[in-house]
Ligand binder design. Structure first.
Ligand SMILES: *Cc1c(COP(=O)(O)O)cnc(C)c1O
Length: 354
């Protein structure tokens, strides 16, 4: 019953209310036995209705409900050209009548990247393009350092990956939702919950939520960004930030977060670059009717599969954090991109290859 009690305590914290019904858990018995895992379930956030689903929707449910984002006419956000966070924001802007100032840096163009970019360009967004994450960070440091609430142009800043105490609260709430499903007998209590590790909010929020709900599961966070960004230190800081925010809002007691194992070795060439193992994991899940993308969820699933080959894992839950696809797009979206970006996209935008 701890999940129900915890939910009652966090219920007064404002959110947009987009997340209502729990996302279903799909059991994959065939893949489980092929991997030698006693239970393998997938928590299907891709099936959530608002904003085309995905974990970002859960974070934005809280992040966009607080000022100044809740009242600003425009939101400013940074991300890769295929940023799922920026795409989710554009969907939210469409729904709420706002605009997005998207500051996008170059990454490889893998499946899902062009889909997100086309959707972003087709929506109420203006795009600025930077050749690398470092150049974007130098040009607009306020988008990376959570020191200011507004950008130079007055737009309210959305934290990177929507990871803030409020964003993490969306993930913690998701863990309580899972706790209720376990209690209802929909799935066994997982020993491990696999997630991608990007900005860290998903892993940290789930770890706090799992503990709050009285579950004994650990989080396995598979790094999809460079080591410096995906450190144990950062995750500790994030869980501490969320626990402090909960305590300030009268949620007590807030237990220590569930353990988080940080897994390196699945990044490949870098953020946004698919690996052979992540592409193979996408294929394996596609055969089960579940669509992963290769730069977050594919890498997390590749780690799960590698671990299953090495040792006994107990019951495993894979959190499908990606949205559904494909997203709607405008046919002429390339014309809405900055020239330097459409040139760089080459054949993807009807140009010659570079
Ligand atoms: C953003 C994102 C995540 C979340 O990772 P964080 O560590 O919370 O940033 C996971 N999966 C996908 C597909 C995403 O786009």
């Amino acid at each position: 019953m701890r999940d129900a009690a915890a939910l009652r305590m966090i219920d007064p914290i404002p959110r947009l209310g987009w997340v209502d019904a729990p996302s279903p858990v799909t059991a994959l018995p065939r893949l489980a036995s092929a991997l030698g895992v006693e239970f393998l379930g997938v928590k299907r956030d891709d099936l959530c209705e608002p904003l085309h689903g995905g974990m970002k929707m859960r974070k934005l449910d809280y992040v966009l409900a607080a000022p100044p984002l809740s009242t600003a006419a425009a939101w400013s956000a940074a991300g890769g050209i295929g940023s799922g966070n920026v795409a989710a924001l554009v969907a939210a802007a469409q729904r709420l009548g706002r605009r997005v100032h998207a500051h996008l840096f170059w990454t490889d163009v893998s499946r899902g990247v062009l889909d997100n970019l086309a959707f972003t360009a087709s929506g109420p967004a203006s795009i600025r393009f930077y050749p690398s994450r470092a150049e974007l960070a130098l040009a607009r440091p306020s988008l990376f350092l959570p020191l200011r609430a507004r950008d130079d142009d007055g737009a309210a800043i959305v934290p990177l990956g929507a990871t803030s105490a409020l964003g993490m609260l969306g993930a913690a709430r998701a863990a309580l939702e899972l706790g209720a499903q376990i209690r209802a007998g929909e799935l066994p209590e997982p020993a491990r919950v696999y997630v991608p590790l990007g900005s860290g909010g998903t892993a940290a929020g789930l770890a706090v939520g799992l503990a709050l709900g009285g579950l004994r599961s650990r989080v396995v966070a598979v790094a999809v960004v460079e080591r410096l960004l995906a450190s144990r230190f950062r995750l500790r800081a994030l869980t501490a930030e969320l626990r402090a925010a909960l305590a300030r809002r009268g949620v007590a007691p807030v237990p220590p977060a569930a353990p988080i194992d940080v897994v390196h070795g699945h990044l490949g060439r870098g953020y946004g670059s698919p690996t052979p193992a992540s592409l193979a994991a996408c294929d394996a899940l596609a055969a089960e009717g579940i669509s992963l993308e290769p730069v977050y969820t594919g890498k997390a699933m590749a780690a799960l599969m590698a671990h299953a080959r090495e040792r006994r894992l107990g019951p495993v839950l894979f959190w499908q954090t990606a949205r559904r696809e494909p997203l709607p797009r405008h046919d002429g979206f390339c014309e809405r991109l900055p020239a330097a970006l459409s040139r760089r996209l080459g054949a993807h935008c009807g140009g010659g290859s570079r």
